[in-house]
Ligand binder design. Sequence first.
Ligand code: NDP
Ligand code: X2W
Length: 345
Amino acid sequence: MNVAIVGVTGYSGTVLYSLLVNHPQVTQINLYGHTNEGENGDVRYLDELIAGYHGQHVPLQAFDPEKIMADNDVVFFATSSGVSSQLAGPFIKAKFPVIDLSGDYRLPDPATYEKWYHKPAADAADLAQATYSLADFYAEKTNYIANPGCYATATLLGLAPMVQQDLIDPDSIIVDAKSGTSGAGKSLSQLTHFTEENDNLQLYQLNKHKHIPEVVQQLHQWNNQVNAIQFSTTLLPLTTGLMASIYAKVKSGVTQESLMAAFNTVYADHPFVHVMDGETPSLKQVVGTNNCDLGVVYNPVTHTVMVISVIDNLIKGAAGQAVQNFNHLFNFNETTGLPTLPVFA
Ligand SMILES: NC(=O)C1=CN([C@@H]2O[C@H](COP(=O)(O)OP(=O)(O)OC[C@H]3O[C@@H](n4cnc5c(N)ncnc54)[C@H](OP(=O)(O)O)[C@@H]3O)[C@@H](O)[C@H]2O)C=CC1
Ligand SMILES: CC(=O)N[C@@H](CCC(=O)OP(=O)(O)O)C(=O)O
């Protein structure tokens, strides 16, 4: 199978390339950059752009939808938000398979996208052709897969059993999420400047984070009593890893045992999700993997359940989940080409 990547020079795109190189169903990876790529005659090659990619002498070609569709079976967009909304239309019209790592097609309502992303939304008819796909709950729908955001992934996997089985007060959900700086991509900003983030903790986008509507729309689909969450994001002075600490009041009669029964039932056939009973996972046990590890701890004194959800933001939170969705879309085994053992160093 031939696969195309647009945005390989970004953090998620580079990780995606590494995963696809080792994917047994992928025979060729073609790379595409901006529409004016190579215009001045200078062709850029991956091994010259990304340190350590020795031997990967693969050229970046100009972004051209017709050529991409002619030469490939699927295209991945690992581009900044606001790019695929402008570029992906021809693929949607042709029903060509797309896996989009950005947020541009996650929210079906253009006005909601513009409110939270502060950018023009994709065409409304095109948005209707996209499927938001949390890969562990994949349900076949369209050829355009909107891959979830990293915070949304950790949060939704931590909440799914409790929301689906109606075990918590739907008005009581609080999520305190933290991420390493690679989650912000490669562009420099004041927040991710070494002097600001090193030896520091910074909350950002409080009550304004773009993953809030994405999380709420999925929770609402699972349980229409859930209409809002309290959600905060904090930048950690780490490169990689994301932890969501989730709190909720449980409904009458819910215990540690009934919570574990729900988590174990829902995740029984989900190879990437691991549930710890009364214990809490750390970031290092998932960094380098496509796993999401969950710790479930109930406090009978406060009637509060705490779920700690940890992922590698670039793998499970982006490129790895994109490959998991790719496996689903083409009916490959869900785990093909995906790492499950942590780097642990
Ligand atoms: N980092 C993370 O943990 C996660 C990221 N995501 C999402 O994945 C996407 C990529 O993120 P990330 O890798 O962090 O971002 P980066 O900022 O690191 O990379 C962005 C990539 O997009 C490319 N790009 C930008 N504009 C265009 C354009 N007009 N045409 C073609 N290519 C373009 C850039 O190319 P160039 O180098 O030439 O500028 C670069 O390759 C984003 O939408 C992000 O929100 C989702 C989940 C987690
Ligand atoms: C640390 C950091 O800055 N993280 C990013 C989330 C990365 C992500 O999932 O972004 P998309 O939803 O755009 O795909 C943020 O908070 O915006």
